[in-house]
Ligand binder design. Structure first.
Ligand SMILES: [Zn+2]
Length: 503
């Protein structure tokens, strides 16, 4: 039988830096330590939902991701007695965050790995998402394939996973009494996955089909992929999360095992538990389950730095399947993790003021006043480990052309760069953003997403908790400043998605 422990020696030590005193041999010895009990019978896994790859303001992203992936959420009640987050480290380096909320008898248990598609080795695109799939597909040393799925189904819970550029997360939403069992299963597959060649062959076909159906058969998705590959010249965000087809076809057992061995480690993971549970209980259970998994090597996430953009780049896709033309313009901007203090908050508010809702400037100007757009908006993808993008998009209405929309967008940006934003619109944008966090606090699953995504991209519990205060402190001058500094029309990347018209 192949076990992960026997394979570590075959894996190249890419992307990693040993912690003091640790050697590969010690790691192999450590790998033998955990044995978790066998608990449930075998059954075929239920249908899983697809990977999530969204790039927008972190909270909006959390909301959207939740709506797509979480089928069980707690009802919102009138009381407002949620606890604050408690965080601590296990001895093996695994970070744990607990946010109690006793209004409904449910817990959300999420394990976030600090590993995403942007950490993949060149030529191995899609491996992060592939390994996410294999975590559900393969047996472990202690559990046959499908046992975990069966256990979750039997207790009426739900579970799933998603892969993004900077992280991969697995979650279960269950009754509090099932928390220990979920932790035991997750801790087991963190360490004991037992991949076979057969798992690789069948699941590789699944991800190839996923790529065909979700990207290649969807002109908008093809376009988005090309825009990313053009916007980013050096940063690995240029490579799609799902991977390039010709590289996916070649992913093999050794690639998967090496990736799993390097990155699926407690000291490369964050556990977030929200809902009807107390921190002391989670701590005791975490020590009993995850605490028994040996730490891996310390990993440094060193990535290429994006060069400054000094050109205007365009990408055009004309496709017979497109009925409504669309454009999106993107700029490379700092994320919450890379920005100077206050800058990312100002970009968040700029996106809100420009195109975050139907009171925004672009909506009012392009849809209401000029009537030239069917849609127009802006977003800022703040939750990234490295630099991120600011996007403005739109579709023309009636006889209007994309060029008319672009001229109106440029004029609106120029107005903000010259005159700034008003105190009223800034206050309104702040209120909307802060309110969205208050709303999020009513749902433990949203909370788990917010904390997890922030921690997996270099942030801290304090960053999440102090975010409303930092938003409140942003000045109109700061918003004007980031607009002038980053939204330079001649230093942008625009994608045009156009219908094929008869000549
Ligand atoms: Zn998938």
């Amino acid at each position: 039988m192949k076990t992960v422990a026997h394979l570590a020696r075959r894996c190249p030590p890419a992307h990693l830096r040993p912690q003091q005193g640790e050697t590969g041999t010690q790691r192999l010895q450590n790998e033998e330590q955990i044995t978790l009990p066998r608990t449930l019978p075998v059954d075929p896994p239920p249908q899983r939902e697809p990977l999530i790859e969204l790039r927008s303001h972190w909270l909006r992203r959390a909301f959207i991701a939740t709506a797509l992936v979480l089928s069980t959420t707690a009802p919102v009640l009138a009381t407002n007695n949620h606890g604050k987050a408690t965080d601590f480290l296990l001895d093996n380096g695994m970070e744990v965050v607990v946010i109690p909320d006793h209004r409904a008898p449910v817990v959300t248990h999420m394990v976030w790995y600090n590993i995403g598609s942007a950490d993949e080795q060149p030529g191995k695109s899609g491996i992060a998402h592939f390994v996410e799939h294999l975590m559900f597909k393969a047996a472990t040393i202690n559990h046959a394939a499908g046992e975990f799925d069966r256990a979750v189904a039997e207790i009426g819970g739900s579970h799933n996973a998603f892969t993004d550029y900077d992280y991969t997360a697995f979650y279960e939403t269950v009754a509090p009494s099932a928390l220990e069992q979920m932790m035991s299963f997750e801790a087991d597959r963190m360490f004991n996955l037992n991949l076979t060649d057969d798992d690789i062959k069948t699941e590789r076909d699944v991800i190839l089909e996923e790529r065909r159906s979700r990207i290649d058969n969807n002109p908008q998705a093809v376009m988005d992929e090309e825009v990313d590959a053009t916007l980013w010249q050096s940063q690995p965000y240029r490579i799609p999360v799902i991977g390039w087809m010709q590289e996916l076809e070649k992913l093999n057992w050794n690639d998967a095992v090496c990736f799993y061995n390097l990155y699926y480690r407690p000291n490369n993971a964050v556990l977030v538990v929200t809902g009807d549970v107390e921190p002391e209980t989670v701590k005791a259970l975490a020590e009993k389950t995850y605490g028994k998994v040996a730490a891996g090597l310390g990993l440094a996430r060193i990535r290429p730095v994006e060069p400054e953009q000094n050109t205007k780049r365009t990408v055009t896709l004309t496709d017979a399947r497109v009925s409504v033309p669309r454009f999106s313009t993107q700029w490379v901007v700092p994320s919450y993790h890379t920005a100077e203090p206050g800058e990312a908050e100002a970009l968040d508010l700029l996106a809100e003021i420009l195109g975050g809702n139907n009171r925004s400037r672009l909506y009012q100007q392009l849809l209401v006043k000029q009537g030239i757009a069917a849609e127009a908006g802006a977003n800022f993808g703040g939750t990234m480990l490295d630099a991120t993008s600011f996007t403005i998009y739109g579709s023309p209405r009636g006889d209007a052309k994309i060029a008319d929309l672009e001229a109106a967008v440029d004029a609106e940006i120029a107005r903000i760069v010259k005159d700034g934003v008003t105190d009223d619109e800034l206050d309104e944008a702040k209120d909307r953003q802060v309110r969205s966090v208050i709303l999020a606090r009513d749902n433990p699953a949203y909370m788990a997403l917010m904390y997890g995504a922030t921690l997996a991209t270099g942030g801290s519990v304090n960053d999440v908790e102090e975010w409303p205060d930092r938003i409140r402190k942003v000045t109109a001058d700061q918003v004007k400043g980031v607009a002038g500094r980053y939204l330079v029309p001649d230093h942008s990347t625009t994608g045009y998605l156009l219908p094929k018209t008869e000549k």
